[in-house]
Design a protein around this ligand. Structure first.
Ligand SMILES: Cc1cc2nc3c(=O)[nH]c(=O)nc-3n(C[C@H](O)[C@H](O)[C@H](O)COP(=O)(O)O)c2cc1C
Length: 188
C-alpha cells in the first residue's frame, strides 16, 4: 500500500454556519482511502504585521508547521466583495513569510467555494489562483467545485445534502491526490 497523501484544509470564512466550513466538513467524510484530511481553523490569527514575521504568534507558528507537514492543501473560500475574505488573505500572508520561509512553496492545492448566489464564489477562486502564482503553489484545474445557491444544497445543520455537490467534492479530492502523487514522482 502506498503512503497516504496528507491534506490540510482550511476555510476562509469564520462564521459558525459558514457554507464553506460545511464544504470542508463534507470533504472530511469524502476523502479517498489513500489520503487523510486534517482541518485548521483560522480563527484567532491576528492581523499581519511584517515587524513580527520572524517571530510570529503561536497560532501562526502552528499553522505554518501544519502546512509544511502536509503533502497538499485544500482551501474552501467565501467570496467577499468579488475577492477572497481578508481573513484568508491575512492567514496566507503570515504563512508565506518571511520570504525565504514560504510555507506554501511547491505545494499542490485545490479550491472549493460556496455562496448563496448564482456565481458560487467563482470570482474569489480566480483571485486566489493569482496569489498561488506568487506563492509558487500548484493548483489543480479540474474539477471546479463552485457551489451556487448553497442554501439549497446545505441543510440547516451544515451538512452538504446535495448528491451532485458531494460527488464533485470527492472528485476534487481524488484529483488532488493524483496530482500530488504525480508531482512527488517528478521530484524523485
Ligand atoms: C463582506 C461580505 C461581502 C460579500 N461579497 C460577496 C460577493 O462579492 N459575491 C458573492 O457572491 N457573495 C458575497 N457575499 C455573500 C457571501 O458569499 C455569503 O455570505 C456566503 O454565505 C459567505 O460564505 P460562508 O457561508 O462560508 O460564510 C458577501 C458577504 C459578506 C459578508
Amino acid at each position: 500500500m502506498r503512503r497516504k497523501i496528507s491534506i490540510l484544509g482550511f476555510s476562509g470564512s469564520l462564521r459558525k454556519g459558514s457554507y464553506n466550513r460545511s464544504l470542508l466538513k463534507a470533504a472530511l467524510e469524502l476523502v479517498p482511502e489513500d489520503a487523510t484530511l486534517e482541518t485548521f481553523d483560522l480563527e484567532g490569527i491576528p492581523p499581519f504585521n511584517q515587524d513580527f514575521e520572524n517571530r510570529p504568534p503561536a497560532k501562526v507558528k502552528k499553522f505554518k508547521r501544519k502546512i509544511k507537514a502536509a503533502d497538499a492543501i485544500l482551501i474552501a473560500t467565501a467570496e467577499y466583495n468579488f475577492s477572497i475574505p481578508g481573513v484568508l488573505k491575512n492567514a496566507i500572508d503570515w504563512a508565506s513569510r518571511p520570504h525565504k520561509d514560504n510555507s506554501f512553496e511547491d505545494k499542490p492545492v485545490a479550491i472549493m467555494s460556496a455562496s448563496g448566489g448564482m456565481l458560487g464564489g467563482a470570482r474569489a477562486q480566480y483571485h486566489l489562483r493569482q496569489t498561488f502564482v506568487y506563492l509558487n503553489m500548484h493548483p489543480i484545474n479540474r474539477p471546479e467545485v463552485i457551489v451556487t445557491f448553497a442554501d439549497q444544497k446545505i441543510d440547516d445543520k451544515g451538512r452538504v445534502v446535495d448528491e451532485k455537490t458531494r460527488k464533485k467534492i470527492h472528485e476534487l479530492l481524488v484529483a488532488l491526490v493524483a496530482w500530488t502523487r504525480r508531482l512527488q514522482e517528478q521530484h524523485k
